[in-house]
Design a protein around this ligand. Structure first.
Ligand code: NAD
Ligand code: MG
Length: 385
């Protein structure tokens, strides 16, 4: 069997690094062909020297020379800039893209890979939040497998193997609740970046860690689920499950429920996306039913964690509203991480953008880009960044 040729877009991030761990543990199955990063030259260069891709792309053009020099004489091509990311996704030198760029920036390269007929291991949920209709339509047109990497969606996708999507009654998305589970606004008002970055069960990039703390992550995941599994807001139930052992569930029309379980370890869904539709052995830690011995379930507190409510509203409204929500959220999280605004102010910023930016019922791809830019400019003007 020939090796699967892998392109990792966002290789220096949390998902990117764990993807390389999975590949390194299975050298006979995979080869690394493309690696990309935005700023982290040192790690990108080290990864390139270790895994020997054909091409590396550094997003930030100011860092191009540095990468070029570090890799001179290796035979590895170096490119730089946003356009190069997209062009590289259009090359025919790989089979599967792991889409692990964070935020809206991942949209263009992922769309290009879909047009290029490549299998996508999709970690970048923002791509579906922003332009899910276009992404799904293009995937269908080009007969592309979109295999979710997000643990909840991987769980549902695994539960759906051999099943008919029309027989889904409900999807139960589990949520850990994040580091502030059970907290009220009088506590949250004083929360700082350091607290928000301490997730109890997962070690992730900064943006998704803050999204997990505000429950926006679960809201984005509801929108992601809508597109991946063709379900409505009413068919998606969020359940707080602090142990993160059940990664999500599907309830079918006959009342039967399927759950996918395991330790909270992103390498499992990453490996599944890399090997799909096959499975391969791994030696990651296993759940032994003793630690934790109890699995608990509860309702989310959307009165306190209003970002989840806003995301549900955006999902129900449709059109460019999820795109506006996402753009304002990216600015809000950025401002929070820079200590420019407080934890609860993130919600206000998003809500104002959703009221202010013109609604479009049936947006084109270009409309999405414009709404994204408008929402960012507006949100940034409120926080002076
Ligand atoms: P991260 O911040 O650790 O890494 C992001 C990667 O994207 C880095 O390689 C960075 O260089 C690159 N990048 C950042 N901005 C860029 C830009 N403007 N242009 C091009 N590249 C850029 O993030 P992460 O935690 O690895 O998350 C990546 C994606 O996966 C996110 O969409 C996140 O929601 C999703 N996801 C992550 C996890 C997790 O456990 N980390 C779980 C589920 C889903
Ligand atoms: Mg998730």
């Amino acid at each position: 069997m020939s090796k699967r040729r892998i392109a990792i877009f966002g290789s220096t991030g949390s998902i990117g690094r764990q993807t390389l761990e999975v590949i390194e543990a299975n050298p006979s199955l995979f080869s690394v062909e493309i690696l990309t990063a935005q700023n982290n030259v040192e790690l990108l260069v080290n990864q390139a020297l270790r895994y020997g891709p054909k091409i590396v792309v550094i997003g930030n053009e100011e860092k191009y020379q540095e990468v070029l020099q570090a890799l001179s004489g290796t035979g590895i091509s170096v490119a730089s800039g946003e356009q190069a990311l997209e062009d590289t996704a259009g090359l025919d030198i790989y089979d599967t893209m792991i889409a692990a760029i964070v935020g809206f920036a991942g949209l263009r390269p992922t769309l290009k890979a879909i047009e290029n007929g490549k299998t996508i291991g999709l970690a970048n949920k923002e791509t579906l939040v922003v332009a899910g209709d276009i992404v799904m339509k293009k995937a269908k047109e080009h007969h592309v497998h979109l295999v979710p990497v997000d643990s909840e969606h991987s769980a549902i996708f695994q539960c759906m193997q051999g099943e008919d999507y029309k027989k889904i009654d409900r999807i139960i998305l589990t949520a850990s609740g994040g580091p502030f589970l059970g907290r009220k606004p009088n506590f949250l008002v004083n929360v700082k970046r350091e607290h928000a970055l301490q997730h109890p069960n997962w070690s992730m990039g900064a943006k998704i860690s803050v999204d997990s703390a505000t429950l926006m992550n679960k809201g984005l995941e509801m929108i992601e689920a809508k597109w991946l599994f063709d379900v409505t807001l009413q068919q998606i139930k969020v359940v707080i499950h602090p142990q993160s052992i059940i990664h999500s569930m599907v309830e079918f029309e006959d009342g039967s429920m399927k759950a996918q379980m395991g330790m909270p370890d992103m390498r499992v869904p990453i490996q599944y996306a890399l090997t799909y539709p096959a499975r391969t052995r791994s030696n990651f830690p296993r759940y032994n039913f003793k630690d934790p011995a109890q699995l608990t379930f509860d309702e989310p507190d959307i009165k306190t964690f209003r970002n989840l409510f806003l995301a549900q509203k955006a999902l129900e409204t449709g059109g460019n509203m999820p795109c506006i929500l996402n753009a304002a959220n990216e600015i809000a999280v950025y401002a929070f991480l820079k200590n420019r605004i407080g934890f609860l102010e993130m919600t206000e910023l998003i809500e104002q953008a959703m009221e202010k930016i013109p609604f479009i019922q049936n947006p084109t791809l270009n409309d999405y880009f414009e709404s994204d830019a408008e929402a960012r400019t507006f949100a940034a003007s409120l926080v002076e960044i």
